[in-house]
Design a protein around this ligand. Structure first.
Ligand SMILES: Cc1cc2nc3c(=O)[nH]c(=O)nc-3n(C[C@H](O)[C@H](O)[C@H](O)COP(=O)(O)O)c2cc1C
Length: 155
């Protein structure tokens, strides 16, 4: 019987399209590792089963009003109680887009991830202003690095 592939859950929110573009590049990078499965969902459509069945999570959020998008927070609100002692050590990465800052969103997501006791495996990526091609290449690299690390059992 074929081994079940390890799975990355990628959740994001995007009102204006910027984070959707960034997330798609992250996924493009992750998909280069053929032995890793990817579940890509808008945060509002992701649920506890998605979280409990993943081997790593990537979170893409715009910064709105100095913090993460409400729908990202909503995902945490909906999953924390059930997931909190079942996802300890889950590798996670965060990427944020913002008009000019983004640090508030990253800090708040970090705080919540610490509550779940997830494991930060890469520096989080923050894009302030419209993403350049270099930013998008970095996202692709981040996706591939997460997938490769998972595949090789490093994370
Ligand atoms: C309601 C709202 C609040 C925002 N608040 C911030 C903010 O606090 N700091 C910041 O740097 N950018 C802020 N921005 C700019 C967005 O983070 C930025 O335009 C981002 O790329 C939007 O991502 P999206 O197109 O995926 O929705 C805000 C935008 C909106 C619509």
């Amino acid at each position: 019987m074929e081994d079940k592939k390890k799975n990355i859950l990628v959740i994001y929110h995007s009102q204006g399209g910027t984070m959707e573009l960034m997330t798609n590049r992250f996924v493009k990078g992750a998909a280069k590792e053929k032995d890793i499965a990817i579940t890509l969902k808008k945060a509002m459509d992701a649920n506890i089963d998605d979280l409990l069945s993943c081997n790593a999570i990537a979170i893409g959020s715009p910064e709105y009003f100095g913090t993460m998008a409400g729908m990202i927070k909503d995902f945490f609100d909906r999953t924390f109680e059930v997931a909190q002692d079942k996802t300890i050590g889950l590798p996670f990465v965060v990427f944020v887009c913002a008009g000019n800052d983004g640090r508030g969103a990253i800090a708040q997501i970090e705080r919540i991830a610490a509550g779940y006791k997830w494991k930060k495996v890469q520096d989080h990526l923050r894009v302030a202003g419209p993403p350049t091609e270099k930013d998008l290449e970095e996202l692709e690299e981040l996706g591939q690095t997460l997938a490769a690390g998972l595949d090789f059992g490093i994370f």
